[in-house]
Design a protein around this ligand. Structure first.
Ligand SMILES: O=C(O)CCC(=O)C(=O)O
Length: 194
């Protein structure tokens, strides 16, 4: 348990899935998912987001088998009614995600976000947003967490108010990594595909 207080809870579970299972899920998702690039406006130009992405509604009929299997295992283990999966493919060390928190309107309160890691180990940085406390006297908190294949990271809803998380680029020669982010999204967003 990395954090468990009024700022929420962050729980890292290495080897949630055995190495052979994690390897099988990685290969299947890498090959079967229709990965796409996303464009984002940066200053005055559109740039590619530095990773490939895909998203699924878990109730959808077209789920890749490996995703259905992994999601079911996570739903059962966490007793959380996840209904959406956001997938990220980091092709190498140059792919990344900038520090951010999940938008609170896109997730239902009281439910955690679950991040399953597959493939190469990548470091996640988790930083508290402010030093907090009276006159900012409390220490700013930061964690560097190496997310191993088969691991599961659970971040409670509240942590999205208090912490940013990101996957920085690395110069190290790393292979591809896939993360599967499971969320409980509000019904309205699910219906509108928002
Ligand atoms: O790849 C990861 O582990 C982090 C993904 C993430 O932060 C996101 O999908 O919002």
């Amino acid at each position: 348990m990395l954090v468990d207080d009024e700022s929420g809870s962050i729980f890292y579970l290495p080897a949630f899935a055995q190495a052979a299972t994690a390897g099988r899920w990685f290969e299947a998702l890498h090959d079967e998912v229709p990965w796409r690039t996303q464009r984002r406006r940066m200053y005055d130009r559109d740039v590619d987001v530095p990773r490939l992405i895909a998203s699924y509604r878990l109730a959808g009929v077209e789920l890749p088998g490996a995703l259905a299997e992994a999601a079911l295992r996570i739903v059962e283990a966490t007793q959380t009614p996840f209904n959406s999966a956001g997938l990220n493919l980091y092709r190498d060390g140059q792919d990344s995600v900038a520090p951010h928190n999940d938008h609170l309107y896109e997730i239902v309160a009281c439910h955690p976000i679950a991040l399953l890691s597959l493939g190469a180990t990548r470091r996640m940085t988790i930083r508290s947003k402010t030093s907090g406390g009276e006159a900012g006297r409390e220490r700013r908190r930061s964690f560097d967490l190496d997310l191993e294949a088969g691991s599961l990271l659970l971040m409670s809803y509240e942590t999205q108010l208090h912490y940013d998380h990101g996957i920085p680029k690395t110069r190290a020669a790393v292979g591809p990594r896939i993360s599967v982010a499971l969320r409980v999204r509000p019904e309205t967003l699910e219906r509108d595909g928002g």
